[in-house]
Design a protein around this ligand. Structure first.
Ligand code: SAM
Ligand code: SF4
Length: 356
């Protein structure tokens, strides 16, 4: 008989695996500040697929590919097609992956790349865009070239939305979404325009509260705009009705009353959702983290080198998940001191290394 699926110390199952494929990025968003170079010891395709296989056996049903910028990874399509045998099959009743998703800044998503990702078996794409003007996009993406460079990036991301749609990522079925981080005093003047842009293009906008991830972004709670304030501001112009947050999800969703689609907010600062968090993260160099805000993780390389050891990997991941007790965001909101401590934070792993 198969051993039961593991639950962590708070009774939470494992459900989502986020793979960071590279710590590098072609942008330098000041709220993220990725490394310019890869960590040593990057995993190869076979090693990554071994971890995905082991995680699926422990309950993972959703695989999210991220980074850094995952489109910089030339083996992306190969990895996606390699995960096909791990899919669930309704006919045979096999439990397995229900979806493979990608989070990207979109700057490299050409029409050909969107088609090749679709062909490889990618189900969903989330594109990140934090402004609707060249000036705001340049500031939020950390572009040295100012407004002209921002205009260029904006044009690429807007084109990427259409490339993804044409390749078959249907926003009406939740297969194409937009992420935006909103920071007070930096791009909050873009909130309404971003909502308008997403409504016009019938793409769900997911507004993310500015988070205290990593150690480099100089996080200041005064720059956080709460999800409630963002929803209130948008609802004043376009009335909204709540749909709620799906269990194990990160985003609370809303429906525009005029039928122009949906809006979502990720309130990990003001309304943390650690209670049903089912996410495991794997860095590009094979370290497993059980929380976005963790200081350290478990290096899986001993079970991946020189060749993958499936039984050892199963034992290591099972034990890691059973010991998991992270609920950083809830603890932060219960102990305001932790928020001021975040101005001089404990060493968190960086966002681009962990995978957002
Ligand atoms: N490069 C890709 C991208 O930007 O979509 C994938 C990696 S990025 C780390 C994933 C997501 O994390 C992006 O939507 C980004 O805006 C978000 N993110 C990064 N740093 C953040 C922060 N400090 N607070 C909130 N969201 C953040
Ligand atoms: Fe790069 Fe994404 Fe980080 Fe921006 S948020 S610097 S695009 S990894």
């Amino acid at each position: 008989m198969e051993p039961p699926l593991p639950l962590d110390r708070h009774g939470r199952p494992l459900g989502v695996l986020r793979l960071s494929l590279t710590a590098r990025c072609n942008l330098a968003c000041p709220y993220c500040l990725p490394d310019g170079v890869e960590p040593p010891g990057l995993l190869n395709r076979a090693q990554r697929l071994s971890v995905v296989r082991a995680a699926v056996a422990l309950g993972v049903r959703s695989l999210r590919l991220t980074g850094g910028e995952p489109l910089l990874h030339s083996g992306l399509e190969d990895l996606i097609s390699g995960a096909a045998p791990l899919r669930q099959s309704a006919s045979s009743g096999t439990a397995g992956l229900a979806e493979i998703a990608l989070t990207t800044n979109g700057s490299l998503l050409t029409a050909a790349r969107a088609r090749s990702l679709r062909k490889a078996g990618l189900d969903r794409i989330t594109l990140s865009l934090d402004g609707t003007t060249g000036t705001s996009v340049a500031a939020m993406a950390g572009l040295a070239g100012g407004t002209t460079a921002g205009d260029d990036l904006l044009a690429k991301v807007l084109a990427a939305i259409e490339h993804a749609r044409e390749a078959g990522f249907d926003p009406g079925k939740g297969a194409l979404k937009l992420n935006a981080v909103i920071q007070r005093g930096r791009n909050d003047d873009q909130l309404m325009a971003l909502a308008d842009l997403a409504r016009q293009r019938r793409v769900e906008l997911r507004l993310i509260e500015y988070m205290d991830v990593g150690n480099r972004n100089g996080w200041d709670p005064a720059q956080v705009i709460s999800a409630a304030e963002m929803v209130d501001r948008i609802a004043t112009r376009w009335p909204l009705e709540p749909i709620g947050r799906p269990s194990h999800g990160t985003a609370s969703r809303w429906r525009y009353r005029d039928g122009a689609g949906h809006l979502a907010v990720v309130a990990s600062i003001t309304a943390p959702f650690c209670g049903d968090c089912s996410r495991l993260r794997l860095t590009a160099d094979g370290v497993a983290y059980t929380c976005l805000f963790a200081a350290s993780g478990l290096d899986l390389k001993p079970w991946l080198q020189p060749s993958p050891d499936p039984e050892g990997l199963d034992r290591a991941l099972r034990s890691l998940w059973r010991q998991r007790r992270d609920r950083y965001s809830e603890e932060r909101s219960m102990a305001p001191a932790a928020v001021s401590e975040a101005k001089n934070p404990r060493a968190h792993a960086e966002m681009a290394y962990l995978g957002g």
